[in-house]
Design a binder for this molecule. Structure first.
Ligand code: ADP
Ligand code: MG
Length: 268
């Protein structure tokens, strides 16, 4: 089976943020390679600052790539101009951690979910509204949410709206950057289940980005562990959990076990 996306030797450098010095570039992503099959999930796991979001932004054409290739839909996305990348973007959508800042507070939920159709053009008002309602239905929110505004929704509901919006152009790949991290534990589970259902129903591929190895193990087919810009360990979920060869993986595993213990203490 052909992968949905194939990333080869991706490098992302940022110009140094220090003022007054000659810009020594900082390497946030260092020769990262992976691929994702249709209908499957690769979890990209790593501590904060390891370069996960930089990978996500490069894949979504939101940051220019320093070097390497991103093969998607028969093209190297990394080599496309701004204008050319517009044709690819609908098929490759990204959802961020904090829907409170990624959803326009002045818009209604209906307008937010349907906005990608507007950008695409030539979709009549009525059809936009209908498709927004269908999109909301798909993420477990009824048409009664169309006229609400983000501030009236809970964190979980806002994340459902962000997912509905990402799905409206029928992408093949969803990049999910810490989409569960800002949510309460019980809500995390609900949104995780929704993601699993949507994947089954729509045959979507996911790049699921998280610092929580336990959550990654729950959702993914394969795990890639990132540390300081590099993938240090990669394989099937069971292999990574059982083996945990790298110190980085062991640390992450330890961190999610600690999370679980503190939860258990809290529950007591
Ligand atoms: P993660 O998502 O794993 O927390 P990021 O990709 O956000 O990691 O960041 C990786 C590294 O790149 C960090 O050290 C961060 O400070 C740096 N970085 C991220 N964005 C920029 C930027 N726009 N300019 C300079 N450095 C950046
Ligand atoms: Mg990040």
């Amino acid at each position: 089976m052909e992968p949905v996306i194939r990333v080869e030797n991706l490098v992302k450098r940022y110009a140094s943020r220090e003022l007054g010095r000659r810009a020594a570039a900082f390497t946030a992503v260092d020769s990262v390679s992976f691929s994702i099959l249709p209908g499957s999930t690769l979890a990209l796991v790593g501590e904060s600052g390891s370069g996960k979001s930089s990978v996500a932004l490069c894949l979504a054409c939101l940051e220019p790539v320093t070097s390497g290739q991103i093969w998607f839909d028969g093209r190297d996305v990394a080599a496309l101009s701004e204008r050319e990348s517009r044709a690819v973007r609908p098929k490759l959508q990204i959802v961020f951690q904090d829907p409170a800042t990624s959803l326009n507070p002045r818009w209604t939920v209906g307008e937010i979910v349907a906005e990608p159709l507007l950008v695409k053009g030539r979709v009549a008002n009525r059809e936009r509204r209908e498709r927004a309602a269908q999109g909301l239905e798909r993420v477990g929110l009824g048409a009664e949410y169309l006229e609400r505004r983000p501030a009236e929704l809970s964190g979980g509901q806002r994340q459902r709206v962000a997912i509905a919006r990402a799905l409206i152009l029928e992408p093949k790949l969803l990049i999910l950057d810490e989409v569960l991290s800002a949510l309460d534990c019980s809500i995390q589970g609900q949104i995780a289940n929704l993601l699993v259902e949507l994947q089954r129903a729509l045959g979507l591929a996911y790049l699921f980005i998280t610092h929580d190895l336990r959550m990654a193990a729950h959702l993914a087919d394969e795990i890639a562990v990132m540390s300081r810009g590099k993938i240090v360990e990669q394989g099937a979920v069971e292999t990574i959990l059982r083996g945990a060869r790298c110190a980085e993986t062991q640390n992450l595993l330890g961190a999610s076990l600690v999370d679980r213990e503190t939860e258990a203490v809290r529950e007591r």
